[in-house]
Structure formats: structure tokens, C-alpha cells
Design a protein around this ligand. Structure first.
Ligand code: SF4
Length: 249
């Protein structure tokens, strides 16, 4: 049986600071840049062709078929970084981790931890909001076989760098999988050079960052990892709980 969920965080927000309003405005500008990007021809073709292979039973709404910005609270103290949108998930619905099994797993956990107002994430207008957390990815377009090439990863890295720089109140980061972990270190999106030698990726690995911030690693909540039991809800809750306590300091 799953343990009882922790007390939900208060929905009362402190008044928005000038810094968070500035961040909100800048994140909106960045969002416009992200969704207009066509820098990677292979990924542009893949994301735009996805609708033609819509799985049976999916809603008939047109696919988003563009890059995805992050979502969440501009004043977030916890930031989760994934790999890239799924072909028939975020690429279909227009919101990161929305409309696929990974999102079901992730947002249910964020809801148990008090960061999300609801456990479901099925469409971009389903009412989901995050408080204290922000979700993004290393690459913004759905890649074939969930594998961006190194040049696609590097082309997209500047969006992650800019986005994390705007999330100035973040104290803890969760890398969802090895690709996100390596992208964060390679891109220097956390404002530091990759530690040398780079610690081997592991579920639960923690890396101290300057300024009292911390990077925590988790297996990616992919359908395969969850189905095979490599990542369980209890394992992810433990990482989330640890990162939440680091983020609160
Ligand atoms: S993956 Fe990133 S850099 Fe490449 S087209 Fe998409 S948004 Fe642009």
C-alpha cells in the first residue's frame, strides 16, 4: 500500500515580488521564441508528421506539432527537467508531459507532494496548475525513438540555459533520467561547469551546486521504466520528498 500523502501545501501565495513578475514576463518572451523555433530539420519534420500516425482512440483535435516551453510557477524553488516531449504526448497536446503515461505518473506524484492542484494532465486546458514547481525539458521537440542527436541536443541547450536563469528562486533541480542529467551538466544551465570527473548517473544521486542549490537525479518516469518496475511511485516520491526539503532551505 502506498503511504499516506504528505499534507498539501497551502494554496495561498505570497504577493508577487518584482523579481517574479520580471521572470514571468521574460518567461513569456522565451515561450514565444521556443514555439517559433525550426532550427532542427529532422525534428521539425518528425513533430509535424506525428498527427498522421495518431494512435487509435486519441481525441481528434489537431496536434500542437511545435516545440514546447516549460510550465509551472515562475517563482518555483523546485525545477524538474525531462528529456523531450513525446510524439503523441506533449507534441499532441501542446504541454510538457501532458497526454501520455509519463505525465500521468509525474503529475500524480507532484499532486501527492502538494505541488500540483490535480493529479491529471490530459490537455492544455484541463486546469492543471503548479505551485512552487516548474517542469521543463532538455530538448523541446519530440524526437524519433525519444533520442535527440548530440547536435539537436546542443542546438536546443540555449533554451534550457535561458529558462533556468529566469527561474532565479530555484534551489533544487531534479534531472529526470540520464539524458537530462548530462544535458544539464554539458550546457552549464545550472551556472557551473560540469564536475570533473562527472559522477555517474544514478537514481538518488545528489550534486551540490554553488549558492546552496542541489541537483538530484531520478530515473525518467517513462512508460517502460514504470512498467518494468525500474521506477516505482514510492521511489519517485522519495526523490521528490528529498528535493522538496532541499528546495525549502
Ligand atoms: S529541438 Fe530545440 S532547437 Fe531544435 S527545432 Fe526544436 S526547439 Fe528548436
Amino acid at each position: 500500500m502506498h503511504p499516506s500523502p504528505p499534507p498539501r501545501r497551502s494554496s495561498k501565495r505570497p504577493p508577487a515580488s518584482l523579481a517574479s513578475l520580471t521572470s514571468l514576463t521574460s518567461l513569456a518572451s522565451l515561450r514565444e521564441e521556443v514555439v517559433a523555433c525550426r532550427a532542427c530539420p529532422r525534428l521539425v519534420a518528425w513533430r509535424e508528421a506525428a498527427e498522421a500516425s495518431r494512435p487509435a482512440g486519441f481525441p481528434p483535435a489537431p496536434y500542437w506539432a511545435r516545440p514546447l516551453p516549460g510550465l509551472g510557477d515562475p517563482s518555483a524553488r523546485l525545477v524538474l527537467v525531462g528529456l523531450a516531449p513525446a510524439q503523441h504526448g506533449g507534441n499532441r497536446t501542446g504541454r510538457m508531459f501532458t497526454g501520455d503515461r509519463s505525465g500521468d505518473f509525474l503529475f500524480a506524484a507532484l499532486h501527492r507532494a502538494g505541488y500540483a492542484n490535480q493529479p491529471e494532465s490530459v490537455s492544455s486546458d484541463d486546469g492543471l496548475t503548479l505551485s512552487g514547481a516548474y517542469v521543463t525539458a532538455a530538448v523541446r521537440c519530440a524526437p524519433p525513438a525519444n533520442r535527440p542527436t548530440p547536435s539537436e541536443r546542443d542546438s536546443c541547450a540555449h533554451f534550457l540555459v535561458e529558462e533556468l536563469a529566469l527561474l532565479s528562486q530555484a534551489r533544487a533541480f531534479i534531472a529526470l533520467g540520464q539524458f537530462a542529467y548530462e544535458s544539464l551538466l554539458r550546457s552549464r544551465a545550472l551556472g557551473v561547469a560540469a564536475p570533473m570527473p562527472r559522477p555517474k548517473f544514478a537514481h538518488g544521486l545528489e550534486i551540490d551546486l554553488p549558492g546552496g542549490r542541489t541537483l538530484v537525479c531520478s530515473y525518467h518516469p517513462s512508460q517502460r521504466n514504470v512498467f518494468t518496475g525500474l521506477l516505482t511511485a514510492a521511489m519517485f516520491d522519495a526523490v521528490l520528498s528529498r528535493a522538496a526539503s532541499l528546495a525549502a532551505n
